[in-house]
Design a protein around this ligand. Sequence first.
Ligand SMILES: *[C@@H]1O[C@H](CO)[C@@H](O)[C@H](O)[C@H]1NC(C)=O
Ligand SMILES: *[C@@H]1O[C@H](CO)[C@@H](O)[C@H](O)[C@H]1NC(C)=O
Ligand SMILES: *[C@@H]1O[C@H](CO)[C@@H](O)[C@H](O)[C@H]1NC(C)=O
Length: 638
Amino acid sequence: MMFSFGAISLWLCLVTTGILASVPAWTPPLSTRGRYVVDADGNRFKLKGGNWHGASGTWTGSGDINDDANHHANENAHTMPLGLQYVPIDQILDSFEELGINTIRFQFSNAMLHDTTPVQDAWVAANPQFKGMTPLQVYDVVIKALTDRGFAVIVNNHTQLSLWCCGVDGNERWDESQSFDTWVSDWLFVVNRYKDNKRVVGADLYNEVRRDILTDPTWGGGGNADWQSASQLGADQIMLANPDILIIVEGINWIGLPVDGLPHSRPTLTPVANLSHTLLVSGKLVYSAHFYSYTGPNHSGATGIGETTDARYRDLSRADLFAVMNSEASYVALTEEMHYTAPVWMSEFGVLGRGGQGTSDAAWFGNFVDYLVQTDADFAFWPLVGYLTNGVGNGWALMNWDATGKRTGLFDGDDWREAAWNELIGSAGATGAMPAVPEWKLLTLDNGDFVQSVSVRTNNGDFDNGATKGACPDNLRLIGLSHSSTRGLCTDYSYGPGLWAADRAIEVVFDERHVGADWASGYTKYQCPAGYYASGYAIRGVKLSTVLCAHASQTLGTTSRTVWFDQGDNRADTLGGDFAPSQYKGSCEGDEYIGGVAFSTSLFRNGAPSAILCVSLLPWALCYHTCTIIPCTYFNKS
Ligand SMILES: *[C@@H]1O[C@H](CO)[C@@H](O)[C@H](O)[C@H]1NC(C)=O
Ligand SMILES: *[C@@H]1O[C@H](CO)[C@@H](O)[C@H](O)[C@H]1NC(C)=O
Ligand SMILES: *[C@@H]1O[C@H](CO)[C@@H](O)[C@H](O)[C@H]1NC(C)=O
């Protein structure tokens, strides 16, 4: 949640009795199929969520932390989920059920994790069962209460300090005030703490990565400010600790200085098209993005200092808003079978509901909700819970209470957002069993080793000492390579995820011993032995060092052809997308595997991959060009 907002007016509130509707049944853990989140039975689990903040802090950073006036909108959460001071927890959870949501994005701050001071009795007056607990113990109990009700909980590292988010406040970056290692070890603490509760379904790695005073975060390129790399490495550690959990990665929220004439923008998920994540466990990646009416593609959201003449999202026409939401975020979900294709969770959006409404805000909210409905997007409203006393207070929350525990909720009259909310929550989108879809994943050796196979990490460790190594996840094979050496493409197309034999045998090929026919005359050829397919490779500089070959679980075809890509692109199709932008690359057809790689170190050649040997699958899988004969989209053989 960024910056702060405006005016408040008076309301009389009608208190009505809530209509209880419990969370529909679902089976954890969750995973993904293409753009959809699915439950353990393969049924769509649309993330219909809300943010319950408070444990991440509400203090604005100056003045007495115990004075409510020094908290955002005077809402002092005492570093606990907001509301517990005045409302019994069951009433809060009832209200979530009434809203129709199934997922809670649940903020915490690093400071909260380490706070050993018990909460004061007065702070939990409405919930005396929490007396004497630390904020973390309260967080634990609230998570259990939520998941006992059937909600999915996604824990979100919102801030380091327990502060209202998001300016230049020491929370801009995951490693802002400490090392990357501490960030990761804190995540492991959280993930291990809730590991046995399978309804804690996701780890939302960091909130609104943005520029600090001097440095812009980057997406790729390496170094301390590279969010893509940090989130990839952090996700690897989390996946090893809990392979069931979804990893939520938000795009970059802000770069540049918000001054007219200087470059500044909100990259969001735009750079994912060129550089996506490949997790150790497939089907666990969810991207996310935040949108507010008062921010914009180039607008910081500020009023006064930091305000520019750029358009805010609410200034955009419906068509322009839709276009920018697509190019900044939704294309990731809506473009099928790309290396980056994943669900996109619109995990923060919101608007002032009670206490006045600008016309442009109303238009924005209507359009925004229509877009979420049309694109069947996963979402989470900001915020669920707020304080409102006789109409005075924040006014953004869907459910509000005063200090006497009197509720003013979305459905209690006089909240102009009710109709749009009903449209949003009432739109089921795709439901039921989601088909398995082929996966396409990047291998990126840009910044060093990228061994994304759990088996290779576990059993084969440093398979080419001193070289830079890449390996596809266990369920995928290599299908493309770049002439720049650092990029590869992995897939399970045609074969499904079960191609690697149960013995998990590999052979690391470092010479021409398995070459039969000369399929690349004058070039050095590293070829997999019979019954093996390429699943990774290693380089020294740009020179190919070894090919990692995996033992196939089935008889492989042997009809082969050479695909050259040293003079230009040579890709069978565009499935998987551009896995090495502005580099030459080659890929086999979807019904082939890579059986070998050719390179040359002769004069004027640097040893980079120049050709691949594409070998056919067996006839049963020859569906790629014969879809009219064999109705095929995907053979799931696992
Ligand atoms: C959350 O992010 C902050 C800010 O960088 C970091 O200091 C802290 O270690 C993180 N906490 C966890 C649990 O990841
Ligand atoms: C606005 O953002 C876009 C990218 O989203 C960028 O190309 C453009 O340069 C930005 N404009 C300014 C004024 O920084
Ligand atoms: C992707 O890479 C290409 C080639 O380097 C570049 O032209 C393009 O701007 C990049 N796209 C994004 C969204 O970064």
